[in-house]
Write a protein that binds this ligand. Structure first.
Ligand SMILES: Nc1ncnc2c1ncn2[C@@H]1O[C@H](COP(=O)(O)OP(=O)(O)OP(=O)(O)O)[C@@H](O)[C@H]1O
Ligand SMILES: O=P(O)(O)OC[C@H]1O[C@H](OP(=O)(O)OP(=O)(O)O)[C@H](O)[C@@H]1O
Ligand SMILES: [Mg+2]
Length: 285
C-alpha cells in the first residue's frame, strides 16, 4: 500500500484534496480524520501539518507527500520535488514600514520576525549578514506594530496582508513557492510501491493537463489546412479527418485553455467554421 502525506490545514489542504479527488482518489469526509485507506487504489493517506510533511517523507515512513516548496526548503529535510502542482503559488519576501529598510545589506544587527526561520537564516548566512531572527507561528505582519521586530520575512501572494499592516516589500524576492509532490532524496525505487508512485504522478499530471488545456474542433477547407494546423499544433499533431463535402476537413487538437479564444478568432479569420471547444475531464499523456 502506497503511503501519502496530505496537508491537513491551511492554504494547501483544500486544493490538494480537490486535486486528489479529481485524480480519482478517495478523500476524507471530515476534517478531523487523520488517516484514511483508499482500498481500490491501494493508497493510504495521512493528513499532517504541512510543515511536518517533509520530515515524515525524509524519514522514509511515508513514500511521498504534498507540501509547499518553501516549507520543504525551510524544513531542511532530505526530500526533493518530483512534481510541481501549480497551486498555492507565492513569493517569500522581506517587508518593513516604508522608508525603514532598503536592501539585505541594511539588515545587520536588526531583528527579523518570520515563521520560516530556516529559509531566512540560510539566506542571511549565504550573504554574510548577521541579524537576529525571531520565530512566530503566524500573523507576522503584526510583529512590527507591536515592536517585536523591525522587519518581517513572509509569504506574499496578493500583497493584501502587507498593505493592511502598512508594510511594503524590499530587496530581492527570497524565493518563489508552489505546492509540490516530494519524495525522499535518493530513494531507492521499491519494486512494490514504485508502479503505484508512477501511477499517482501520471494521474496528477492528467489533472494538471485537463485543467490547462481544452479540446478544439473545427472544419476548414483543405487549402487552409496548413495555416490552421500551425495555429493548433496539438501535443503530438492534430487529428485531421475528411468531411463528406469534398474539399473540407475536420480538425481536432488540444490547445492551452488561456489561448483558446484568441485561437478561435484566428481560425475564423482564415476561414475555419464550426469551431468548438470542450473541456477535458481527465487524461494520460
Ligand atoms: N495567501 C497565500 N497564498 C498562496 N499560498 C500561500 C498563502 N499563504 C500560505 N501559502 C502557502 O501555503 C503553504 C503554507 O501552508 P500552511 O498551511 O503552513 O500555511 P497557511 O496557509 O499560512 O496556513 P495557516 O496560517 O492556517 O497555518 C506555503 O507553501 C505557503 O507558501
Ligand atoms: O499576500 P496575501 O494575499 O495577503 O497572502 C499572504 C498572507 O497569507 C498568509 O497568511 P495566513 O492567512 O495564512 O495567516 P498567517 O500569517 O497566520 O499564516 C501569509 O502568511 C501572509 O500573511
Ligand atoms: Mg499562514
Amino acid at each position: 500500500m502506497l503511503r501519502i502525506a496530505v496537508p491537513n490545514k491551511g492554504s494547501l489542504s483544500g486544493p490538494a484534496a480537490d486535486m486528489l479527488h479529481e485524480a480519482g482518489y478517495q478523500q476524507r469526509r471530515e476534517s478531523k480524520e487523520l488517516r484514511i485507506v483508499d482500498p481500490v487504489n491501494e493508497v493510504e493517506f495521512f493528513y499532517l501539518r504541512p510543515r511536518d510533511i517533509a520530515i515524515y517523507v525524509s524519514s522514509g515512513r511515508l513514500d511521498i507527500g504534498i507540501t509547499g516548496s518553501d516549507l520543504l526548503v525551510d524544513s531542511g529535510a532530505d526530500a526533493e520535488e518530483i512534481l510541481p502542482l501549480g497551486f498555492a503559488r507565492s513569493t517569500f519576501h522581506f517587508a518593513a514600514k516604508p522608508g525603514t529598510a532598503t536592501g539585505i545589506e541594511g539588515l545587520k544587527g536588526r531583528t527579523i520576525a518570520t515563521s520560516y526561520e530556516g529559509i531566512v537564516a540560510a539566506h542571511l548566512a549565504e550573504r554574510g549578514v548577521d541579524a537576529s531572527v525571531v520565530h512566530l507561528d503566524g500573523a507576522v505582519e503584526t510583529a512590527i506594530e507591536l515592536g517585536v521586530a523591525e522587519v518581517i520575512a513572509d509569504v506574499v501572494e496578493t500583497g493584501t496582508s502587507l498593505r493592511n499592516a502598512g508594510l511594503e516589500v524590499f530587496g530581492e524576492p527570497i524565493m518563489k513557492s508552489e505546492a509540490i509532490v516530494i519524495r525522499r532524496t535518493g530513494a531507492e525505487p521499491d519494486a512494490t510501491t514504485e508502479p503505484k508512485v508512477q501511477q499517482f504522478l501520471r494521474r496528477l499530471q492528467g489533472v494538471l493537463v485537463a485543467r490547462t488545456y481544452v479540446m478544439m474542433d473545427y472544419d476548414c477547407r483543405v487549402e487552409q489546412l496548413e495555416k490552421a494546423v500551425a495555429l493548433t499544433p496539438g501535443l503530438e499533431s492534430p487529428t485531421v479527418s475528411p468531411l463528406h463535402n469534398e474539399g473540407w476537413v475536420a480538425v481536432r487538437a488540444m490547445v492551452p485553455a488561456k489561448e483558446a479564444q484568441r485561437i478561435m478568432d484566428d481560425l475564423y479569420e482564415i476561414g475555419a467554421r464550426a469551431i468548438l471547444t470542450t473541456a477535458i475531464h481527465a487524461c494520460r499523456l
